[in-house]
Design a protein around this ligand. Structure first.
Ligand SMILES: [Zn+2]
Length: 400
């Protein structure tokens, strides 16, 4: 009658213990905590024991073990810490136009871009948005992801943004075996026909307090860039969010350098995301801070831009995470393993850096590192046996 489970004879178990010990900075091969022919005992909530199969304590022998026959590697459930999961429609036509040479400005002038997705999302019912999100979640989960960050941001008015937050809450309820972190990104762009000041005022005075009261979001995000919100606007907005006791994060230094990575470090954001144009000072400040640098190499690949300076961030001692940035405009992929391939080939990350980036470090980006991202007694039992003998096969078999 126990929910206790025992897995034995994993080809390898990567616990990531050393990564946690070093707070995800400078991940080295020995930090992976590799156990060959590994076993793990766990219940529905947490890991009870992990080690070599030959050393499995007697007290676990009475439970029927599931043998992985030396064929499977066991790692923490992967964490996708930056997705724009909730939206309607797609932008496949735009992609074809872009491949044929159209610029972003031309596409926007034809009514494409983010505002097109906003219109589709406003028109779509809560039920239909939930169905879309459920299908996408299934696809993410298929590759071993167990924790997913979900942003709003395709409503750009209070009514639709709240609708999307309710969809995210329902998603949480429908998938109790997964962990969701819900981020309010009402400040994704300036809505058509409004000024940034007017829209920010509404969010600061009305929407944020409402979201706090109804507990609809786990964190607050803002897009800081040329043509979007400025660094000083973001500072005021995020200070307001902090007053309401929300953790905060920033879409920082993507298109141009706005020194928003510095802002993220200065005001204690959980994460600064994108960072393609981060300054030298921004790199140093992030490295000294508790803010996780979330890199999204699929987006740079898809937009054919230069990648973020991953090596510089890693060598400075920043905590680096990787994520899909799943969204209809610049990264229409639900595959975190594919992003890990980009991490290896486009960002020059090592195996231990990649492992950290989708386990412990991604957990830090969501404030979940006390439970997630490491296999150790007392930590969450959302662990996954992959159909490969070695961890790196997850991204060596690219596009899996
Ligand atoms: Zn994003």
């Amino acid at each position: 009658v126990s929910e206790l489970q025992v897995w034995t004879h994993a080809s390898e178990i990567l616990t990531g213990e050393g990564i946690r010990r070093n707070e995800g900075r400078h991940p080295q091969e020995e930090d992976l905590g590799r156990i060959l022919d590994g076993a793990v005992a766990f219940d529905q909530k947490k890991v009870l024991w992990v080690g070599e199969t030959s050393k499995l304590p007697k007290r676990y022998l009475k439970y029927k073990a599931k043998s992985l026959r030396g064929q499977k590697c066991v790692i923490p459930g992967l964490i996708d810490c930056h997705t724009h999961l909730i939206f309607a429609g797609d932008r496949a036509d735009e992609f074809s136009d872009r491949c044929a040479g159209a610029t972003y400005e031309e596409i926007a002038a034809r009514g494409g871009g983010i505002l097109k997705t906003v219109e589709a999302t406003r028109r779509t019912s809560e039920k239909e948005l939930l169905n879309l999100a459920l299908v996408r979640t299934k696809e993410i989960e298929r590759r071993g992801v167990r924790t997913i960050e979900v942003k709003t941001g395709y409503g750009l008015d209070q009514e639709t943004e709240l609708k999307c937050l309710r969809v995210a809450r329902e998603l949480k309820r429908r998938c109790p075996h997964l962990t969701f972190h819900i981020t309010y990104l009402g400040a994704h762009a300036i809505p058509k026909g409004r000024t940034s000041r007017d829209y920010l005022n509404e969010m600061e005075q009305v929407t944020l307090p409402l979201i706090a009261k109804q507990k609809l979001a786990d964190s607050i995000d803002i897009f800081v860039d040329r043509g979007y919100f400025s660094t000083s606007e973001a500072k005021q907005f995020l200070i307001r969010a902090k007053e309401l006791e929300f953790p905060i994060r920033i879409h920082a230094d993507e298109l141009v350098c706005t020194h928003s990575a510095e802002l993220a470090a200065e005001i204690g954001a959980l994460s600064a995301d994108h960072l393609l144009q981060i300054s030298e000072r921004g790199i140093q400040m992030l490295a000294k801070s508790q803010t996780t640098a979330v890199l999204l190499p699929g987006t740079a690949f898809f937009l054919k831009t230069a990648q973020a300076p991953a090596r510089k961030l890693l060598e400075a001692g920043a905590r680096v995470a990787l994520s899909t940035d799943f969204n209809p405009g610049s990264s229409m992929t639900l595959s975190l393993p594919l992003i890990m391939t980009f991490g290896a080939l486009s960002l020059g990350m090592s195996r231990s850096e990649i492992f950290a980036a989708v386990t412990y470090n991604a957990a830090c980006a969501l404030g979940l590192q006390a439970k997630k991202g490491t296999i150790a007694p007392g930590m969450s039992s959302d662990i996954v046996a992959h159909p490969f003998q070695k961890f790196e096969e997850i991204y060596y078999r690219f596009g899996w």
